[in-house]
Write a protein that binds this ligand. Structure first.
Ligand SMILES: *[C@@H]1O[C@H](CO)[C@@H](O)[C@H](O)[C@H]1NC(C)=O
Ligand SMILES: *[C@@H]1O[C@H](CO)[C@@H](O)[C@H](O)[C@H]1NC(C)=O
Length: 465
């Protein structure tokens, strides 16, 4: 016997909002999910599946089945082949295709477009050569805001490069770690960014730094969050029957949406919506919720912030129903959000959240709970278990590299000039060439593209004895 009191804690005072849901065992529509939740530790199959076996080899044994993606086995496989990526994540690459189509219309990318001067700071110029990542120009990325983002992004990109056994094309490109790749007035510069306004067609979307980790807000690693949820998340019907949101009002273009959410959830029995003041430690200590704690709720709210909101990918990992206003800024996976139909995986609200009270009350009605739960189930299967897995992230990076290469109107130059000329042992003059920039391996240690050898230690560890 399962009983869920919706809005239970204050149900006594708001009888119209009190809904009881009673059922014997689990409803049939969710039996798959129940099974998964009750057996979360099904051991993964040993070994990695290789690419599909060509038919010509089928005489070697019984016919092999074409490769299929399996969440538990493959979700952390950073090295799926290009073919496996397209089998596992057929709808993942829409943003890459869009950006490629845009350049096919506008003409190939020119080397001059890789100049970083237009952005001021928070922009990195890099190249990939022979499956090695080089940082050519790290432009204003050492302060407390840019440093964790640029480093996380470089690591995530390098992880996708170093975990494949396939050859990647040589490319040169820039990325910015700003909330918005382009500011107003930046025109149509070409760079990789975490988000773009829907009107900014020249921006190539890359996975946001939070797919590596966002330790600054307590999110130590993206994969770890998925482990926590797989192990400990409550069944949907056992979750707190309320809407949860935490956030700051000290934001840019998303302020109107955040204010709307606060206004239309104020004093509602179903609301656990609160602002956070990041400059007030007491407030943070008392009110900050971890991502897992957000997932304890049946309903989560999403609002844009300065531009996009970095937490969306985390909220979509919850087996909960996400409510969001329609968004002006998109990340590389937003096209997978569905607000209607049998595949619905979130609930779309007006930007000012004026339809929030009516919607929440409808979602929580006993008669509607199977449909409400189906939205959460769809989100779980589409996002946590497929398109927002680490494996998908790595596939997306490599598709981005290949897509960029397909419209790159120049050949990346790895060598820096002709090198220093010196006489060799026969007395003949010979150039010893240098590569441009710094390899990833040294950049992430030195956090610089050039340094003296021996370098001055940034922090001297002296044994005082
Ligand atoms: C950028 O805009 C200019 C003028 O508006 C146009 O001529 C140019 O082709 C655009 N470039 C790209 C790459 O879209
Ligand atoms: C800091 O936050 C606490 C808890 O939310 C609150 O009681 C207090 O008034 C806040 N202090 C300031 C200076 O805003």
């Amino acid at each position: 016997m399962r009983t869920v009191a919706l809005y239970g804690t204050i149900a006594g005072c708001i009888t119209t909002a009190l809904v009881l849901f009673t059922t014997q065992g689990g409803p049939a529509f969710a039996s798959h999910t129940f099974h998964r939740l009750q057996h979360p530790h099904t051991p993964p199959r040993p070994g990695r599946a290789g690419p599909p076996i060509p038919h010509s080899q089928s005489h070697l044994g019984p016919p092999k089945q074409a490769w299929k993606y399996e969440y538990r086995r493959d979700r952390r496989d950073y090295g799926l082949s290009e073919e496996q990526c397209s089998v596992a994540f057929p709808e993942l690459f829409e943003e890459v295709d869009r950006a490629v189509a845009y350049r096919q219309k506008r003409g190939n990318i020119a080397l001059e477009e890789l100049d970083v001067g237009w952005r001021g700071d928070g922009i990195v110029r890099a190249l990939i050569h022979d499956n090695q990542l080089y940082i050519v120009d790290a432009h204003g990325v050492s302060d407390a805001n840019h440093r964790p983002r640029s480093i996380a992004t470089l690591h995530a990109l390098n992880r996708a490069i170093s975990s494949t056994s396939e050859f990647l094309p040589n490319i040169e490109f820039t990325f910015t770690d700003h909330d918005s790749a382009l500011r107003e007035g930046d025109g149509n510069h070409t760079t990789w960014g975490y988000s773009r306004h829907t009107s900014q067609e020249s921006v190539w979307l890359m996975p946001d730094f939070g797919f590596w980790g966002w330790p600054d807000v307590g999110l130590r690693s993206y994969a770890e969050l998925q482990s926590f949820l797989d192990a400990d998340e409550d069944d949907f019907l056992d979750k707190v029957p309320k809407l949860v949101w935490r956030g700051s009002l000290n934001v840019g273009s998303g302020l109107d949406a955040r204010e709307g959410l606060l206004k239309h959830s104020a004093d509602q029995p179903w609301s656990n919506v609160q602002t956070l003041d990041w400059s007030n430690q007491t407030d943070i200590d008392e009110n900050l919720l971890s991502m897992q704690e957000h997932c304890d709720y049946m309903f989560t709210a999403q609002t844009e912030g300065n531009t996009y909101s970095g937490r969306l990918k985390y909220l979509l990992n919850c087996h909960s129903v996400l409510l969001s206003h329609s968004m002006q800024f998109v990340e590389h996976f937003h096209h997978l959000l569905q607000s209607s139909g049998p595949e619905q995986n979130y609930v779309k609200l007006k930007r000012d959240f004026s339809d929030l009270p009516r919607t929440i009350e409808s979602l929580g009605k006993t008669a509607n709970l199977p449909d409400t739960r189906r939205i959460a189930d769809n989100a779980l299967h589409t996002f946590r278990e497929r398109y927002l897995t680490p494996a998908a992230e790595a596939c997306y990076w490599r598709a981005l590299i290949r897509g960029w290469a397909s419209v790159q109107g120049f050949k990346p130059e790895i060598w820096e000039g002709s090198g220093e000329m010196a006489a060799d042992w026969r007395g003949e003059r010979k150039g010893r060439r240098k590569m441009r920039g710094a390899p990833f391996e040294s950049y992430v240690v030195m956090e610089a593209v050039e340094w003296d050898v021996p370098s001055k230690p940034r922090k001297v560890c002296v044994d005082e004895r």
